[in-house]
Design a protein around this ligand. Structure first.
Ligand code: SF4
Ligand code: FES
Length: 249
């Protein structure tokens, strides 16, 4: 396949960026999207030009770092996959593909297609954990019986990989789906109930401090989430927040 790529190039956080055109030929349909970018970069390096910077690590849908906006959609046109799981067979010979970084005020561009998603780390640090007694009297987590239904829903919430597609998909750049997944994975388990009030209060506070927008129930986040995190988590976050507000008063 021969393709035209329009890629966002930006030298650093302070510079303004622009779309730059590249032609790439002999792209195999069996290549992953990131392998196609590798080939592009090899060609640029051979010509003495700067390669396109993009984030990646596991390349198997686990780490959440390969965050690209492809033809206007986070992680590209397919559902329930990350960019590294997208294959070139999804495109056709002669296509033009627009490749941009995730766009959100709280995710500033570091270079080209790489954005700073440390805002997510700070939301997580604000409450996305449980305190455990490590004095030698630790209770084995498996000794606490948990209903299968709750265990399954907690596990589903815990599959969030922190990629940020939910923010990039949202017209308000809201981080509600991410934060709700991180709150839900504990809210459903007995171990999470002890610090539930502080957890939801502090995580929502940090989410607002980072400059993410509000949720207006559009649902684009759920559609674009590669892990199928459900909107029911946002409803649970709202219930947890309401309960916490009543407890605080
Ligand atoms: S909720 Fe989905 S889209 Fe958002 S960070 Fe988690 S995995 Fe990514
Ligand atoms: S590189 Fe890890 S999820 Fe894509």
């Amino acid at each position: 396949m021969n393709l035209k790529l329009k890629i966002w190039r930006q030298a650093d956080a302070k510079s303004s960026g622009k779309m730059v055109d590249y032609n790439i030929s002999e792209v195999s349909p069996d290549m992953s999207f990131l392998e196609m970018l590798d080939v592009l970069n090899e060609g640029l390096i051979e010509k003495g030009e700067e390669p396109v910077e993009f984030d990646h690590d596991c390349r198997e849908g686990i780490c959440g770092s390969c965050s690209l906006q492809i033809n206007g959609e986070p992680h590209g046109p397919d559902r329930a996959i990350t960019t590294c799981q997208l294959h070139m067979r999804r495109f056709k010979d002669g296509d033009t593909i627009y490749i941009e970084p995730f766009r959100a005020k709280a995710f500033p561009v570091i270079k080209d297609l790489i954005v700073d998603r440390s805002a997510f780390d700070r939301i997580q640090q604000a409450g996305g954990y449980i305190s455990v007694n490590t004095s030698g009297n630790t209770v084995d987590a498996n000794a606490i019986p948990i209903e299968k239904h709750d265990a399954d829903r907690a596990f589903d919430a815990a599959t969030c990989i922190g990629c940020g597609a939910c923010v990039a998909a949202c017209k308000n750049a809201s981080a509600m789906l991410f934060t709700s997944a991180k709150v839900s994975q504990f809210a459903l388990l007995p171990q999470g109930k002890v610090e539930a009030t502080d957890r939801v209060t502090n995580m929502v506070k940090q989410m607002d401090l980072e400059g993410f927008g509000n949720c207006t129930n559009t649902g684009a986040c759920e559609v674009e989430c590669p892990k199928g995190i459900s909107l029911e988590n946002i409803a649970r976050l709202n219930r947890e927040y309401l309960k916490a507000s009543v407890n605080l008063d």
